[in-house]
Design a binder for this molecule. Structure first.
Ligand code: NAD
Length: 352
């Protein structure tokens, strides 16, 4: 199979590219605009291999997307390119509307025009995997779970833009017959995550013994999934997923933000002991505007239909991840020093 991956220089996209190239017989072309969140060194293990190619391009550029489909003639596309950080979407929503909504629309149209010209046998195999988030469903009460038929109630500019793109993707199936599959996944963690999201930001601040900011009272709950388990699920979708369907992915790893930060401290104290317990660095800061209280995934459809199961507990995955950041300072120092220093994003300035 020849697979076109968008956003392959990002956190999840690079895990998907590495897994496809190193663990399957697929050939991959990675299309990425290389925004602040991208890092081509995450792909060093596959760079130069004959089954991997990179194209720097913007998914909003229709002409470039048409050319990419014509040049690479993919059998499938896994679409991950997005603006992905909620805090940044609060400060500057425009890029989120452009890439997540207009970019997805542009890609769907380029894919449709390519798909309609494919011979029948290749059309039967073609898949467009649209990668989305559980944040589209909004906030849960204490006991409920997100299912694939949970109504959409996005809270942030990020989740609203992803919700819009999910609706577009499924409409392209219903209206034009493009074989789209939508995945909605819970929070990912693991190696090569840009250090603006909770887990890598906390790890790096804790390594440097800087204050560890926790939003609000720290009781907001997320359902954590290791990025490699997510990548494995997305690849399963290519073969086992049913066009026109949605699939939720989650790791059965519900933890409050405060539990996550505390656990990072404890793992680091074990792996890199020194001047006192890092829990004392935890600092409560004003909450994110519109912060959803709880996300939790019912992934039984993915278990049943795809035969997919997460392979790591949160404890094991987190310990591996902390160990990875300790060993790979050169990777994160580039981002931390040159792109984002870890300061607070997404707070509203009072309007007068
Ligand atoms: N990180 C999570 O916890 C999580 C959970 C569920 C779903 N998702 C979804 O998975 C996808 C990937 O998330 P991530 O965390 O890897 O994001 P990321 O921010 O790490 O990477 C996004 C990548 O997309 C690229 N990109 C951005 N705009 C582009 C454009 N206009 N054209 C081409 N490339 C562009 C960036 O350069 C970057 O390499 C996103 O669609 C996100 O909504 C993420």
């Amino acid at each position: 199979m020849r697979i076109l991956v968008t956003g392959g220089a990002g956190f999840i996209g690079s895990a998907v590219c590495r897994r496809l190239v190193l663990q399957t017989s697929a050939a991959v072309v990675n299309i990425d605009k290389l925004t602040y969140a991208a890092d081509l060194t995450s792909l060093a293990s596959i760079e130069g291999l004959g089954s991997y190619a990179f194209l720097q391009s913007d998914i909003c550029d229709r002409e470039a997307m048409d050319l990419a489909f014509a040049d690479y003639e993919p059998d499938a596309i896994i679409h991950l390119a997005a603006e992905s950080h909620v805090d940044r979407s609060i400060t500057g929503p425009e890029a989120f509307v452009n890439t997540n909504i207009v970019g997805t629309y542009t890609l769907l149209e380029a894919a449709r025009s390519y798909y309609e010209r494919l011979p029948f046998t290749r059309r039967k195999q073609f898949r467009f995997i649209h990668v989305s988030t559980d944040e589209v469903y909004g906030s849960l009460g204490p006991d409920d779970l997100f299912r694939e038929d949970t109504p959409y109630r996005p809270s942030s500019p990020y989740s609203a833009s992803k919700a819009a793109s999910d609706h577009l993707a499924l409409a392209w199936f219903t209206t034009y017959g493009l074989p789209v599959i939508v995945s909605n996944c819970s929070n990912n963690y693991g190696p090569y995550q840009f250090p603006e999201k909770l887990i890598p930001l906390t790890i790096l601040n804790a390594i440097d013994r800087k204050p560890l900011p926790v939003y609000g009272d720290g009781r907001n709950i997320r359902d954590w999934l290791h990025v490699d388990d997510h990548a494995a699920g997305l690849i399963r979708l290519l073969y086992e997923g049913r066009p026109g369907e949605k699939y939720n992915f989650g790791g059965d790893g519900q933890r409050s933000n405060l539990e996550v930060v505390t656990q990072v401290c404890d793992v680091l104290d074990r792996l890199s002991p020194g001047a006192g317990a890092r829990r004392s660095l935890i600092t409560f800061v004003p909450d994110r505007p519109g912060h959803d209280a709880r996300y939790a995934i019912d992934a039984s459809k993915a278990h049943r239909e795809l035969g997919w199961e997460p392979t790591r507990t949160f404890e094991r995955g987190l310990a591996e991840t902390v160990g990875w950041y300790l060993k790979n300072r050169a990777w994160w120092e580039r981002a931390r020093c040159g792109v984002y220093d870890g300061s607070r994003l997404g707070l509203l300035v009072a309007q007068h």
